[in-house]
Write a protein that binds this ligand. Structure first.
Ligand code: TPP
Ligand code: MG
Length: 582
């Protein structure tokens, strides 16, 4: 998968960007996803000719939005961050939505940018002026954890160390370092000594204070109907086992969230209701009956409690385990509502759970019967039919699902391992899907697990050029497009508005439907070097198409299956109260 440069002759002179490249290697950044630009031509040269395009290796992307989405997907699956390089203000502007997604998903990422030359006397006429902004970081400051524009090589070393440290400190997130073109292109003489990276690492997780831990343990041990909300979490197998052990010791029911990666085996008898984006009626009932709720980094604790109790005071004691408020600021409301917390441990659940597990007393209760996700026979080509056929075709495979379509019902497929499902897009920015799948596949490259995404057609179309990057670098992955030829989620919104206003519901498709001409998604895949299958229009064709696709991906290729599903959702995306708006 390498793009190997010819070896450069003996390096007599060292440039500012060589030092920055050396620092990236010292930080162990494995890849840099990028779209090129003159503002960082110095760094580009250093990666290729000073580092030999290794550690980090460049991944050429056709759009900055996919570069960032790939880094987002990579970090989720690999549990470590990679880098992105975005050209001046324009490349950064193209990357912003994906940065917002990564920010909301609390995913670490080192974003490098460039500007200038800041020294006006060094600027080329016109273009360097266009691509110099006096506060470029301001474009992303509200949804990055930290940004900086270093003015010298030693300052750049420190900025990169700090950016990496902050990005990797919980709550994690993207950081942005903007490299002045003149600094990159400065001849600096000998390489300034690199700092010792191990002395600047992110700190270990914060442990809870004893008193809170004991109080939480006694509340949980004495609870009659405890419920655990298992939200954002790491891909650690040990942490997964700790969650299972805690739920079993407490005999507590567990809920998980389709907005976050797999957190608990969905086929465990204590997993109470299929994971969902908005609470299901079953979930609401379960919560209303709870006397103690343990919220483990649940994405929207306040909103979830509100769905259960409405405007009445929350009837359960709430134990909140989340460091997230460290990232809560004024611009974005992605912090969600303010939940009540009778006990508040501002720590990562992974750090709290082993301690809580020791501290709680076993609680006996009747173990519920294991949930059955088995489904009826499908007669029409719906998302459910696609799910069932995929489950059968991939029955003996380890799959990492990096994206699911909006119409997915959490009961369609079980998650039994932390890598079985990686979560949604974080910030609700459509178009992330393809990049998330490619980034996941990059992280899993060389392992037996197959990276796959089941994507809405519009999510696929908006980010489709990420497929070329996957094909070019032989990053095998599978795309199943739940193609309803519509921005269907918004048809549902128009339907709701029409009903409210007593207007013709049959007009809901106008300005939403994508046909006449139909887009040939398989052809779009083939155009980028992937294998394209479909359109699949009959339930009876599904199984063989999916088997063929899986074999193709096992053989190392990128494969897309265009599955023409009937418009329609089998989820509460269409009927949550208060109305769901995305
Ligand atoms: C960047 C962006 N543009 C628009 C939206 C509004 N939006 C939310 S869901 C959706 C429809 C997505 O269509 P598709 O991926 O085909 O899924 P479907 O709703 O058809 O199942 C749109 C346009 C958004 N969330 N993000
Ligand atoms: Mg659609």
């Amino acid at each position: 998968m390498n793009e190997s440069p010819v070896a450069a002759s003996q390096q007599k002179e060292i440039w500012g960007s060589d030092a920055i490249a050396a620092m990236l290697r010292a930080l162990d950044i494995p890849y840099l996803a990028l779209n090129p630009g003159a503002s960082y031509r110095g760094l580009h040269d250093s990666i290729v000719n000073y580092l030999g395009n290794e550690r980090p290796q460049m991944l050429l992307c056709l759009h900055e939005e996919s570069a960032v989405a790939i880094a987002h997907g990579y970090a989720r699956a690999a549990g470590r961050m990679m880098g992105v390089v975005l050209h001046s203000n324009v490349g950064l502007m193209h990357g912003t939505m994906a940065i917002f997604n990564a920010w909301c998903d609390r995913v670490p990422m080192l974003i490098l940018g460039a500007t200038g030359p800041w020294d006006a006397a060094k600027r080329r006429p016109w273009i360097d002026w266009l691509h110099t902004a006096s506060d470029q970081g301001a474009l992303v400051r509200d949804y990055t954890k930290w940004d900086n524009q270093p003015a010298s090589v030693p300052a750049a070393y420190e900025a990169l160390l700090r950016a990496a440290q902050i990005a990797n400190t919980a709550p994690r997130g993207p950081t942005y370092v903007n490299l002045d073109a003149a600094l990159q292109e400065q001849n600096i003489g000998p390489l300034p000594a690199l700092p010792e990276v191990s002395r600047f690492r992110a700190p270990p997780s914060v442990l809870p204070e004893k008193n809170s831990l004991q109080k939480a343990a006694s509340l949980l041990s004495a609870a009659k109907t405890p419920v655990i909300l298992a939200g954002r979490c790491s891909r650690s197998e040990i942490a997964w086992k700790n969650r299972v052990a805690l739920a079993e010791k407490l005999n507590a029911k567990v809920m998980t969230d389709l907005k976050a990666g797999a957190a608990f085996p969905t086929d465990h008898p204590l997993h109470a209701t299929p994971p969902a984006t908005f609470l299901t009626d079953e979930g609401k009932k379960l919560l209303r009956e709870a006397d103690v709720v343990l919220s483990l980094e649940w994405i929207d604790t306040a909103g979830t409690l509100k769905q259960a109790w409405g405007d009445a005071p929350v009837g359960a004691k709430v134990i909140l385990v989340s460091p997230d408020a460290h990232s809560h600021r004024g611009w974005s409301m992605d912090h969600q509502g303010l939940p009540p917390a009778d006990i508040y441990m501002m720590c990562e659940p992974d750090a709290v759970l082993p301690l809580l597990l020791d501290e709680v007393r076993p609680r006996t209760a009747t173990v519920p019967v294991q949930r059955d996700f088995s489904s009826a026979k499908d007669e029409v080509l719906s998302i459910r039919a696609l799910a069932n056929a995929f489950n059968e075709a991939a029955a003996n495979l380890d799959v990492a699902i990096a994206r699911l379509p909006l119409g997915w019902n959490g009961a369609y497929r079980h998650f039994r391992h932390p890598l079985d499902y990686l979560g949604a897009d974080g910030g609700g920015g459509v178009g992330a899907g393809p990049g998330l799948v490619v980034g996941t596949a990059l992280a899993l490259k060389g392992t037996p697990r197959i990276a796959a995404g089941i994507l809405g057609d519009c999510d696929f179309l908006m980010g489709v050029t990420a497929l070329w990057t996957a094909a070019h670098y032989r990053i095998a992955c599978l795309f199943l497009v739940a193609n309803n030829r519509s921005y269907y989620n918004d048809e549902l919104h128009q339907e709701r508005v029409a009903k409210e206003r007593a207007r013709p519901v049959e007009n809901k498709w106008i300005g939403q439907r994508i046909d006449l001409p139909d887009i040939d998604l398989a052809m779009m895949a083939r155009a980028q070097g992937a294998v394209g299958i479909g359109p699949v229009t009959k339930v009876t064709e599904l199984r063989t198409s999916l088997e063929k696709a899986i074999e193709t991906v096992k053989g190392g290729s990128v494969c897309v299956v265009d599955v023409r599903v009937l418009p329609g959702y089998d989820t509460n995306m269409s009927g949550a109260t208060p109305p769901a708006r995305r």
